[in-house]
Design a protein around this ligand. Structure first.
Ligand code: TXA
Ligand code: MG
Length: 340
C-alpha cells in the first residue's frame, strides 16, 4: 500500500474522507501520534489490530472532538465523570465509561466499558470533526515498540501499512495520556499515569488513587484493571538497568561499568560525564524527560549497544509517568548506586 504523507494544513479534508471510507490515518496529538480508524466501523477497527500486530484483548481509546460526540460514544455517564471531562478536555486524560450502543465490541475487546479522550491538538480535533465520527486510535507504533512522538517514528513503523500519515511535528508531551476509571462519586483510579497528574486531579476536587501496577510488576495471576498492563511493553534490545541514588553517586557508579558497548541514558546536566550517552532531558524538568524518553529508547536500538544504564527521574508531576514507562522499558531492573 502507498502511504501518503500530508502536511497538517492540507490533511484535514482528504484524511477525514479516508477515515470515513474505512482507511487508517496516522495523526498527531499532544501526547503521542495515534493510528486512527472510524470507531463505528468494525472492519476498519480490525485493521488496526492487524497492522499493529496488537493482541485482540487490548482495548482501544475512542477519540472525540466535542461533547455531542461523547453522547454517541458512552452511555449513562455519571455527573461526576461529566464534570471531570469538562474540567480536563480537551487534554491528555482518558476516561473509562460505559460503552455506548453504537460502539462495536471490537473497540473495547469485548468489555462493557469504552475508553474516551478528547485530545488537545488542533490537527487531531479538526480531523475527527472532518471524519464526523469518533476515531479509535492506539499509539501509532507496531506493538512492542515505543509510542511515536514525531513523524520519523511513524514512518519507521507504518510506511506501506496505512493510507496516510499527517506530519504535526513533535508531540508536546511525548508520553501517552493519563487513563482513569471511575470508582463512584468523585473517586477515580489512575490506571496509567500521564500529563494529567494526581495533584491536578485532586486540585479539581477528585480523589485519585494509583493502581499498584503503575510502579510494580504485575504478578502472575493478579487481576488487572486495564488489559494494557499485562502486555509486554517496549524494552530496548540491550538490557537496561536503572541506577538510583544521589546523581553524583549514580554517575560515579556507572563510570566504573563503562565499556565499548555500554551506553547511558543521562540527564543533560551529566551528559559530559560519559563518552556514550543519550539525553534524558533535564534533571529538574519532568516535561523535558517525557519529551526525551521514547526517542532515546528508539535511538538505543540503532546503536552498537549491549548494556544501558539509566538515571532515575524524581517522579514529581509528569515525572510519575516517566518513571512508569522507564520501569517497564527496563523490565523493572533497578539497583542503587552503592550496590552497582
Ligand atoms: O495518549 C494516548 O492515550 C494515545 C493517543 C494516540 O491518544 N493513545 C494510546 O492508546 O496510548 P493505546 O492503545 O496505546 O493505549 C490505551 C490504553 C491501553 O493500556 C488499554 O489497555 C487501556 O488504555 N484501555 C483501553 N480501553 C480500556 C477499557 N475499556 N478499560 C481499561 N483499560 C482500557
Ligand atoms: Mg500504545
Amino acid at each position: 500500500m502507498k502511504t501518503r504523507i500530508y502536511q497538517a494544513d492540507e490533511a484535514i479534508q482528504p484524511c477525514g474522507a479516508l477515515l470515513r471510507a474505512g482507511e487508517l490515518v496516522c495523526f498527531p496529538t499532544e501526547t503521542v501520534y495515534g493510528l486512527g480508524a472510524n470507531a463505528l466501523d468494525p472492519a476498519a477497527v480490525a485493521k488496526i489490530f492487524r497492522v499493529k500486530n496488537r493482541p485482540a484483548d487490548n482495548p482501544l481509546i475512542a477519540h472525540i472532538c466535542d461533547p455531542q460526540m461523547l453522547e454517541q460514544t458512552a452511555d449513562s455517564i455519571s455527573p461526576e465523570m461529566r464534570k471531570l471531562a469538562e474540567k480536563f478536555w480537551p487534554g491528555p486524560l482518558t476516561i473509562i465509561l460505559p460503552r455506548g450502543k453504537k460502539i462495536p465490541a471490537i473497540v473495547s475487546a469485548g468489555l462493557s466499558t469504552v475508553a474516551v479522550r478528547c485530545p488537545e491538538h488542533p490537527v487531531a480535533l479538526a480531523l475527527i470533526r472532518a471524519a464526523g465520527v469518533p476515531v479509535v486510535a492506539p499509539s501509532a507504533n507496531l506493538s512492542g515498540r515505543p509510542s511515536p512522538t514525531c513523524l520519523e517514528h511513524c514512518l519507521n513503523d507504518l510506511t506501506g501499512k496505512v493510507a496516510a500519515i499527517i506530519d504535526g511535528g513533535p508531540c508536546a508531551i511525548g508520553l501517552e495520556s493519563t487513563v482513569v476509571a471511575p470508582l463512584g462519586g468523585k473517586k477515580v483510579r489512575i490506571l496509567r499515569p500521564g500529563g494529567i497528574t494526581p495533584s491536578m486531579l485532586e486540585e479539581a476536587g477528585f480523589e485519585a488513587e494509583l493502581d499498584p501496577a503503575i510502579l510494580k510488576p504485575v504478578e502472575k495471576g493478579q487481576v488487572v484493571s486495564s488489559p494494557g498492563m499485562l502486555h509486554r511493553h517496549y524494552a530496548p534490545m540491550a538490557p537496561m538497568t536503572i541506577v538510583t541514588g544521589d546523581p553524583e553517586a549514580v554517575c560515579a557508579a556507572i563510570q566504573k561499568k563503562l565499556g565499548p558497548e555500554v551506553w547511558v541514558l543521562a540527564f543533560d546536566e551529566y551528559l559530559d560525564r560519559f563518552p556514550q550517552a543519550v539525553s534524558f532531558g533535564s534533571e529538574k524538568d519532568p516535561l523535558s524527560q517525557s519529551n526525551a524518553l521514547f526517542s532515546a529508547l528508539r535511538r538505543f536500538d540503532t546503536l552498537p549497544c549491549k548494556q544501558i544504564y539509566a538515571m532515575y527521574p524524581a517522579g514529581d508531576g509528569v515525572g510519575l509517568a516517566v518513571r512508569n514507562r522507564l520501569l517497564r522499558a527496563a523490565s523493572f531492573q533497578m539497583i542503587s548506586a552503592e550496590r552497582l
